[in-house]
Design a protein around this ligand. Structure first.
Ligand SMILES: [Zn+2]
Length: 292
């Protein structure tokens, strides 16, 4: 039987400020879920989306995710919005609206694509989430952002932090372990972990350093073919029980902090009719670090 996966790191919408543009609709992501045994996910917008109308565009991006969660509560029990630091108070207001009226549980932000340095400029947004007790996904991989991300986690204790991409390169991994392991409110994903690793930073090393209960499966869809990462989990020198933890059990635990009655469904996702018989994996950039 194929192991079910819960994906805590799925971007919906379009990144327009990179070449070539990358994106996916909710339906295309559902099609990708159906072909990769993902039974549920925590969706968030794509960084680098359209901004011609400023925070109104951000609201549309947040509403797209909120709509997915309303339409498919079994598949998307919680969802995250996006913030743009340069929106300042208007952005914090939209975040508050998205959580209050849209039912979202926090936000995702990307330093490189959205133009911030993971520092105190995030605090007004983290205040909004922390006041409500929510979830934030921070892209820490690759930029030396781990100490600043850890400082936020120590400060905003009512917030669960998903620290994304802890091991995109070998030399990042010790930093991530040093700063992000053993924090009460920190969980990590290892999206885009390269296949060419060694025992100092392979998936078994993640389990040793971060513990079997804090590792999450994050696809970073649509920037990566996450079936590669699933193959790595399945091939890892760890127990079946820990593979289940990474694949779905830890994410279930996280989601139930917000939706205590939520149960992961065992029914596979059905491919939306539009994508039946098509190759939904074409055009995915598989090269490591291309778009984190
Ligand atoms: Zn991402």
């Amino acid at each position: 039987m194929t192991r079910p996966y819960i994906d805590v790191h799925a971007h919906i919408g379009d990144t327009v400020n990179r070449t070539p543009p990358v994106g996916q609709t909710p339906e295309k992501y559902l099609a990708r879920m159906s072909e990769s045994s993902c039974i549920a996910a925590i969706p968030c917008p794509a960084a680098g989306g359209p901004q011609a109308r400023g925070v109104l565009d951000t609201r549309d991006q947040n509403e797209l995710v909120a709509g997915m969660c309303r339409t498919h509560p079994d598949r998307f029990p919680i969802g995250l919005g996006i913030v743009e630091v340069r929106h300042l108070q208007a952005g914090a207001d939209e975040l508050e609206r998205s959580m209050r009226d849209g039912g979202l549980h926090g936000f995702m932000i990307h330093p490189g694509i959205s133009g911030h340095a993971m520092g105190p400029e995030l605090s007004p947004f983290l205040e909004v989430v922390d006041a409500r007790g929510g979830v934030v996904l921070l892209h820490v991989g690759g930029g030396g952002y781990e100490p600043r991300a850890a400082a936020h986690a120590r400060h905003f204790k009512n917030t669960i932090f998903i620290m994304a991409h802890v091991s995109m390169r070998k030399d990042h991994f010790p930093n991530a372990v040093q700063h992000l392991a053993k924090l009460d409110n920190v969980w990590v994903d290892f999206a885009q972990h390269p296949t060419a690793d060694d025992e100092t930073w392979d998936i078994a090393a993640h389990v040793r350093h971060f513990g079997p209960d804090r590792l999450l499966f994050g696809s970073d869809s649509p920037y990566y073919d996450h079936r590669l990462l699933q193959q790595q989990v399945e091939a890892a020198a760890i127990s079946e029980e820990v593979k289940d933890n990474i694949a779905w059990r830890n994410a279930t635990e996280l989601i139930r902090r917000f939706c205590p009655d939520w149960q992961p469904t065992t029914t596979p996702v059905t491919t939306p009719a539009h994508f039946a018989g098509t190759d939904v994996w074409r055009w995915l950039p598989n090269t490591h670090g291309r778009l984190a």
